[in-house]
Design a protein around this ligand. Structure first.
Ligand code: MTE
Ligand code: MO
Length: 197
């Protein structure tokens, strides 16, 4: 595995690479199933469950503050990519437009194509989680979740839902796709929360 696809972390970066991860060359694509094709004009983000139902259009997102992000990205299959450059909209700037019910405690992220992944409300609302539409200065490629994905830098990247379509707020924990199929309910890379036990 070493050599062709991975670089050994240099010592000054090693404190940024979680246990048993290697630096990826390039930016691998990790998708279960087909890549949905969603035009920006068709894209929307729906909110339901333990929140006042709402729908955000692409234009609604463009009208929110646009922020640059540089974040590390850690896939549970043991590759990491440092300093990924994104532009997007902070989760906190979207959530300022959402009215939660007082008993909302978790969120299920729903994607075009059917993928789901779960977060506690606390993990979802960590700064600087964001919705990304630009990668390295270019429109986010479909393979990487374009036109819009979530990025949750502090957890393994399966939580960074590509082709994000919906936020279902819950008053209890439910498990998403990989979490039902053996991955950890939370997925914190520094404590290697890889698999459910
Ligand atoms: N909708 C959707 N989101 C997804 C996935 C997926 O298969 N479908 N894969 C996850 C996994 S396992 C990882 S590592 C990252 C990969 O993002 P990338 O393909 O941009 O590298 O997306 C995550 N988000
Ligand atoms: Mo992954």
């Amino acid at each position: 595995m070493m050599g062709k696809f991975f670089e050994k972390p240099s010592s000054d970066l090693s404190d940024r690479i979680p246990p048993k991860q290697h630096l990826a060359k390039g930016f691998p694509v990790m998708t279960y199933g087909e890549t949905p094709k969603v035009a920006t004009t068709d894209w929307e983000l729906r909110v339901w469950g333990k929140a006042t139902p709402a729908t955000f259009s692409w234009q609604d997102f463009m009208n929110l503050p646009q922020t640059d992000f540089t974040e590390d990205f850690h896939c549970v299959t043991r590759w990491s990519k440092l300093d990924v450059q994104w532009v997007g909209v902070k989760v906190s700037d979207v959530m300022a437009q959402v009215t939660l019910q007082s008993d909302a405690s978790h969120v299920m992220l729903h994607c075009y194509g059917g993928y789901t992944t779960n977060l506690t409300l606390d993990d979802f609302q960590q700064e600087p989680n964001f919705f990304a539409h630009t990668l390295s200065g270019e429109p986010l490629p479909a393979d990487h979740g374009g036109p819009m994905r979530l990025v949750v830098p502090h957890l393994y990247a399966w939580k960074s839902a590509k082709w994000i379509q919906g936020l279902e707020f819950l008053d209890h924990e439910e498990l998403g796709f990989w979490e039902r199929n053996g991955y950890h309910r939370r997925g914190e890379p520094w404590s290697e929360e890889r698999y459910s036990s």
